[in-house]
Design a protein around this ligand. Sequence first.
Ligand code: DWN
Ligand code: SAH
Ligand code: ZN
Length: 415
Amino acid sequence: MTSTCRICAGTVSLFLDLGPQPLSDSFLPAGGPGAGPAPHRYHLLVGACDRCHMVQLLEEVTREDMFNDHYPYRTGGSALMRGHFEDTARELLQGELAGGRGRQGRDPFIVELGCNDGTMLKVLADAGCRHLGVEPSTNIAATAVALGVEVLPAFFDRDTAERILADHGPADVVYAANTVCHIPYLPSILAGVRTLLTDDGVFVFEDPYLGDVVEKNSFDQIYDEHFFLFSATTVAEAARLHGLELVDVRRLPVHGGEVRYTLARPGARPVAAAVADLVRQEDERGLHAAATLTAFADRVRQNTGALVALLERLRSENARVVAYGATAKSATVTNFCGIGPELVTYVVDTTPEKQGTLTPGVGIPVVAPGRFHDDYPDYALLFAWNHADEIIANETAFRDSGGRWITYVPEVGVR
Ligand code: DWN
Ligand code: SAH
Ligand code: ZN
């Protein structure tokens, strides 16, 4: 099975079939008319381009079906991510957005794509920095606005960039976290960035790193919203094909391992040695070799098989098993493995919008942490494995009561 590459029009060949899936963030109310878990809607097929090597989905979900007036994810739901974005904002304020000589006295301007609840831009707004968030999920955008962040409720693309340029002038920085990989029409984003950036401006974005996903077997980073899985090799090529240059990369520990990419106009910035270093590392480990991706797909099937076997054994022993973190990622795991309420009684989540709903597809009830605290189960399957340190530190009484965490990244284990 193949599709056409969104970056270079080469042929994308399938290497991993994760089956029919619901939209990963389509939580539906547990009661009332039309209630029930969101049905399967698309086929989660993962492939790589034979020409530019970009890893991408073969089937796209319409953007308005994913990002709308009831998008449930809030960046600020994790202390780790709040800290990460506060650090990012401060680093930008001291670096690219510092006024004065480097900017020839201009009043610096930053545009954030997918600003979500404003966690990052609030720091810049409080510092008096000229900014604009672009956020199509209007319910979450309203939270950012309430914090004093300026938001354009729209999908960023080439046309939106023209509007922003006309209304605000050019941007010194376009920044995006966990957003660029969500956008199948990436060439339009890169065209928009070329429209919007000053001559020496930068496009900085961070997304889950293919290198970490393969190494840690974190296959649940793949779902409808994550259309691309980037590497230094493929981002460098995408930039080159679409009139920009990859000038820096930095690995980040958040969300199980990401890379922050910096793009600029060709020749406008020196290219950091880190770019060639990471590309060389990817070459040396054969990250884009067909054999590597096939071996990854084999490991996904093995590990998911081991997870289902463990949950079935625990059920046969009458152990009480729940899950923790109603993540978008977990839609991939539960629907691929067929893990429903018969194996996992409920899933705990702190997000008010998710509580009282059923998880997409398999329909596991989402409950507030109180239910967990009132009557600790025997096991909790950690869907929010990327927040393990924070969650386990906050839930020490669960372990003290004899409870155990089940993890499946990088391997299935009980701790
Ligand atoms: O890329 C994306 C990332 C940034 O966020 C989006 N496409 C969608 C979303 O993905 P996710 O849902 O897999 O993200 P998280 O950050 O792994 O979600 C954590 C979930 O766990 C949230 O629903 C909040 C919840 N949580 C909790 O209940 N207790 C989180 C923490 C830290 C906690 O202590
Ligand atoms: N930046 C935040 C949110 C990531 S979730 C963080 O890292 O936590 C992805 C966000 O991208 C959602 O809020 C979604 O509404 C937004 N998004 C999706 N397509 C977009 C587009 N074309 N332009 C701007 N934002 C977009
Ligand atoms: Zn390609």
